[in-house]
Every structure is written in structure tokens, then in C-alpha cells.
Design a protein around this ligand. Structure first.
Ligand SMILES: [Zn+2]
Length: 162
């Protein structure tokens, strides 16, 4: 049997609505980490690997449903579209940094830590970024999370990572 997978915004809205109707409270990563709410919780987050215009459509759909999500943007041209980041932030969603500094620095740890700080400041122009999320570059031999070994977890005002 073949199962059709429906990735349309219409279907996505049905899914989110089903969670709300089943008594789930939908939060961003930041809201979750700041308040640790009790009860049935759905932490809603998206990695914007590419095609940020699709993220914008998703953000609009969520806004219509009255829920907020977290959007993690990469600092590469196919993800980092300032106009779209601003729009999504203005809709009340959280913006985070989808980092891959160790991959981009080809494993050079000091360079990666420096670029992480710089890129975080870059995204903080648009939103007071508190949470970050690693981009798992499948074609890379570097694990981007390794930059945290020599760096304190709370450094950079970082609240957490899903
Ligand atoms: Zn990714």
C-alpha cells in the first residue's frame, strides 16, 4: 500500500488545529525554557534550511491559528533572507540561529567559536535570540555541537537548544 504524504499548508493547519483541540498548549522553544509550563505541551520549531519563503507561509498559517513557533535560520544565502526574518519576527514568532560554524570553519574550533559569536550578533539585529539549534550537515564530517566543549553553556546569553 502506498501512503500519500500531504505536506501542504492546508494539511499542516489541520495538524496544528488537532493539537490545539486535543488540549495541547503550543509554545516556542524560548517560552518553554523560560516557563517550563505544566500539562500537555507541544514545542513547535522549524529549521529553515532553505527556501525561507516557505517558512514565511508556515509562519502566516500559525499566526492565523493563534500559535507561535521558533524559526531557526542559517547564516547562508539560501536561508538568511532579512526581509523574511523580520516578517516572521513581527508575527510574534521566535527567531533562533541554526548554526553550523564548525562545518563552515572546516573544523577549526577557535575560528568556529568566533564565527558563532559574530553570527549570533547578526541575528540579534532582528530578534533577541535566546535559543540556537545545530544544523546537522549530513555531508560534513564535523559535528557542529562540538563548539560547546570549550565554551560555557550559558555563554552568549544562550538559554538553550532543542
Ligand atoms: Zn538544518
Amino acid at each position: 500500500m502506498r501512503i500519500a504524504i500531504d505536506f501542504t499548508i492546508r494539511k499542516y493547519k489541520e495538524l496544528v488545529r488537532a493539537f490545539v483541540e486535543s488540549g495541547y498548549r503550543i509554545t516556542t522553544v524560548r517560552q518553554y525554557l523560560e516557563t517550563y509550563p505544566a500539562g500537555k505541551i507541544l514545542v513547535l520549531r522549524h529549521d529553515v534550511d532553505e527556501q525561507p519563503q516557505n517558512a514565511r507561509k508556515m509562519a502566516e498559517a500559525e499566526k492565523e491559528l493563534g500559535v507561535n513557533a521558533t524559526y531557526y535560520f542559517r547564516r547562508v544565502s539560501k536561508s538568511d533572507h532579512p526581509d523574511i526574518i523580520r516578517m516572521i519576527a513581527q508575527m510574534g514568532h521566535e527567531i533562533g540561529y541554526h548554526y553550523e560554524d564548525l562545518t563552515l570553519s572546516e573544523g577549526n574550533l577557535p575560528k568556529a567559536i568566533e564565527s558563532f559569536g559574530r553570527n549570533l550578533e547578526y541575528f540579534r539585529q532582528y530578534y533577541p535570540v535566546k535559543t540556537v539549534c545545530m544544523h546537522g550537515s549530513s555531508s560534513s564530517r564535523f559535528d557542529n555541537r562540538e563548539i560547546w566543549q570549550p565554551v560555557q553553556f550559558g555563554a552568549y546569553g544562550r538559554l538553550g537548544e532543542p
